[in-house]
Design a protein around this ligand. Structure first.
Ligand code: ZN
Length: 55
């Protein structure tokens, strides 16, 4: 029997939360470091710190 919990798990480099293997990551799982696009985009720059577009 297969268990859902048998899926690989990694820890997100941004939020530090564990995330589970997803089918869309099947080919790039070794490269996946973030739980979502949001965390991947937030790397190094928390929030919108764009000085060029200051209002
Ligand atoms: Zn994350």
């Amino acid at each position: 029997m297969r268990r859902k919990s048998d899926l690989p798990v990694k820890t997100c480099a941004t939020c530090g939360r564990p995330f589970t293997w997803r089918k869309k990551w099947a080919k790039v799982w070794d490269e996946v470091r973030y739980c979502s696009d949001r965390c991947r985009g937030a790397r190094g720059k928390p929030g919108k710190g764009d000085k060029t577009s200051a209002s």
